[in-house]
Write a protein that binds this ligand. Sequence first.
Ligand code: SF4
Length: 244
Amino acid sequence: MLYIDEIFGPTLQGEGKYAGKVSIFIRFAKCNMTCSGFGVPYDGDKQGCDSFHAVDTIYKNFWQKFDKAGVVISKLENLSKSCDVVVTGGEPLLYWDDKQFQKMLKYFVRKKRRITIETNGTIDIKLDKKWQKNIVFSIGLKLFNSGEPKHKRLNTKALNNIISYTKNVYLKFVIDNAKANEIIKEILAIQSLFANTDIYLMPLGHDAKNVELHSYITAQLAIKYGYNYSDRTHIRLWNNERKR
Ligand code: SF4
């Protein structure tokens, strides 16, 4: 069964390698982490990431259930038959072993649509089909500032598996102004494990004001270490508005 928080678009991919590309999004519900360290307030005194509505089960009554890939594909195709497809969450790789999830991915790969999975990279998935090489993996690795313990947020076996099997994969890190020194140390340590993998740095922030606050140091670090800068265009334009 596929649990989906929202299907929306066309809109702009706001971050990562394909920032600025017109895309449709499917946001899967459920995650294996909570990332309270990102400090986005919700439901009174709780804190989480900017996708808390796809993560916290208190919102489960709003999640839609699908047991047929065909229905999901139709909903996406009704939004656009040509632009990029972004599979996000929550943690979409929780559904990797679901036949309907695979069917949906395969459909868009066969249609030659660029399909990107945005994942936290902690789930060791089985990659053994040739068409799966054409999926783009955007891996938003979590660092200490996520509030998650290291053994949970860094799974080198899972990462090596994706990096070695697929053709188009990159790592994304969120930069927090106040913790930049410790963050960059952790990124450098991770980079040494995955040489030759593209790295994108993007500013922390669930609204335009915070993205602005963290973007200068993010740009400085990207230049200093030869990484790529990724803005968060959707947040600058629409804050954390749903379906944007
Ligand atoms: S891994 Fe991603 S979706 Fe899950 S809680 Fe952390 S930031 Fe949110």
